[in-house]
Design a protein around this ligand. Structure first.
Ligand SMILES: Cc1ncc(COP(=O)(O)O)c(C=O)c1O
Length: 457
């Protein structure tokens, strides 16, 4: 494990925080330190039963370690344990949430100068999408929600919870929503909302938001953007040079300013501990749907309490504190260190994809390289079944070399256009850590050795 700066950072900051409350009469909190130490020893051993998510050789699922400043700020906030439901429970942390969300909104071009918006943190991307589709359903009762078959599985389930009909439309060979299939649904005249994914879970595909907005002008519907995974790539969408996005993805990202609602997960690419999603609405007027009375709270301040515009009641103020601190250190600017980290992961993905394409043991996506920082490939074999078995075996052989990849089931025609729509299990690698670029050589060596062991070549 790398040297952890958090204990040192935390001890100084804790002294300062304690000084803020020094005027209170002292009291002793009951604590059996020996017993706590024993429990923590057991806890540490139990936690050893994990993949090493923090290490660059973990290149499997969407797992990016929180930044040390986020961990320190989160732990510091635990001294107070604020609740961002109402200012009664989280005064400073509510302000910090508003400021942090303002930074995210500005990244998408949403600011006071471009009109109003409403936004808040949630405990996950799923909850954030639930709020967005709940508002969408209120605005278009009885109308359908449509999204790509590659949209996150929770959209269908959320729609069922909200009693909204959800229709999946086909994805093309690059994993993007097929616009002809979408238009066929729109012609039926009963679509209230289209879910556009910027960065699909499986392969990081970027739906053509700009084109969907053209269809909106013709057919009239609400556009919800699920950028839970890919949202932060907006920062590099105006950029040129190495590691930038391709033209189609850039156009999609630039159109985010026109979305009706948008979800982004700081706990995915935003260097945050879990428990940090975010939903934004372009029209602040949708706040009316959240209106409710709470006889217990909202009495300490006439300012907006975030619980008044959120479906969840209690929410971790510490999550807002951690996000705020991270954005202070790493502002969401196109030329900043945070954006450089995104480019670095993307450069690693482009390099891995290049090596896969040159290597006769794999088949890469026929439609082109990764749109963000997720690489997938099929193992070459006579048919889908042996290809899937080989992927499973290579995945396991990598793990014995401390390289942790992931598996994903994808349509065969994405790799071989003449093949059918049947699924094949593929290798998948999410290269979202800035360190992945420097480690790519070592990742490749291990992958190659694992293939040699399994395939004999
Ligand atoms: C595109 C997309 N949307 C939504 C979600 C759900 O987010 P969460 O896991 O934070 O609930 C995910 C999770 O991977 C995702 O990739």
């Amino acid at each position: 494990m790398p040297n952890d700066p958090v204990p040192g950072l935390l001890s100084r900051a804790t002294e300062l925080l304690e000084a803020e409350f020094a005027g209170l009469p002292a009291f002793e909190a009951a604590a059996d330190l020996d017993a706590m130490a024993r429990v923590l020893e057991t806890t540490a051993r139990r936690l050893g039963d994990n993949y090493p998510y923090f290490h660059p050789l973990y290149a499997g699922q969407m797992l990016k370690p929180p930044h040390p400043v986020a961990r320190a700020a989160y732990a510091l906030a635990m001294t107070v344990n604020p609740n961002n439901h109402a200012r009664d429970g989280g005064r400073a942390s509510s302000e910090m949430e508003i400021e942090a969300v303002r930074g995210i909104a500005a990244m998408f071009g949403w600011s006071a100068s471009s009109g109003s918006y409403l936004g808040h943190l949630t405990s996950s991307g799923t909850l954030a999408n639930l709020e967005a589709l709940w508002v969408a359903g209120m605005l278009a009762p009885g109308k359908r929600v449509v999204g790509s078959e590659q949209a996150h599985y929770t959209h269908k389930r959320i729609s069922a919870v909200l009693k909204l009909e959800f229709t999946s439309v086909a994805a093309d060979g690059r994993g993007r929503m097929d616009l002809n299939a979408l238009e066929a649904e729109l012609r039926r005249g009963d679509v209230g909302t289209v879910v556009v994914t910027l960065g699909t879970t499986a392969i990081g595909a970027v739906d053509a938001l700009d084109e969907v907005l053209k269809l909106k002008a013709r057919y009239g519907f609400r556009v919800h953007v699920d950028a839970a995974y890919g949202g932060y790539f907006r920062l590099i969408a105006d950029d040129s040079g190495e590691g930038v996005l391709d033209d189609a993805a850039r156009r999609a990202y630039r159109a985010t300013v026109e979305a009706d609602s948008l979800v982004i997960d700081p706990h995915k690419h935003g260097l945050q501990p879990y428990g940090c999603g975010c939903v934004l609405f372009r029209d602040a007027g949708v706040g009316r749907f959240y209106k409710h009375d709470s006889p217990y709270t909202y009495f300490t301040s006439k300012e907006l309490h975030l619980g008044e515009i959120s479906l969840e009641c209690s929410r971790a103020g510490a999550a807002a504190v951690a996000l705020w601190a991270t954005q202070q250190l790493l502002p969401l600017t196109p030329d900043g260190e945070f954006a450089r980290g995104l480019k670095s992961g993307r450069a690693a993905a482009l390099e891995l994809d290049r090596r896969v394409r040159e290597d006769g043991r794999f088949v890469a996506l026929a439609g082109g390289g990764p749109e963000l920082d997720i690489v997938v490939c099929k193992v070459k074999a006579a048919s889908a079944e042996p290809a899937s078995d080989l992927a499973q075996s290579i995945f396991a052989a990598c793990a014995t070399r401390d390289l942790h990849l992931a598996l994903v089931q994808l349509p065969q025609f994405w790799f071989e256009p003449a093949a059918g729509a049947g699924l094949v299990t593929c290798l998948r690698s999410v290269l979202m850590k800035p360190e992945h670029e420097a480690w790519l050589g070592r990742i490749w060596e291990r992958l190659s050795a694992a293939c040699e062991e399994v395939m004999g070549v």
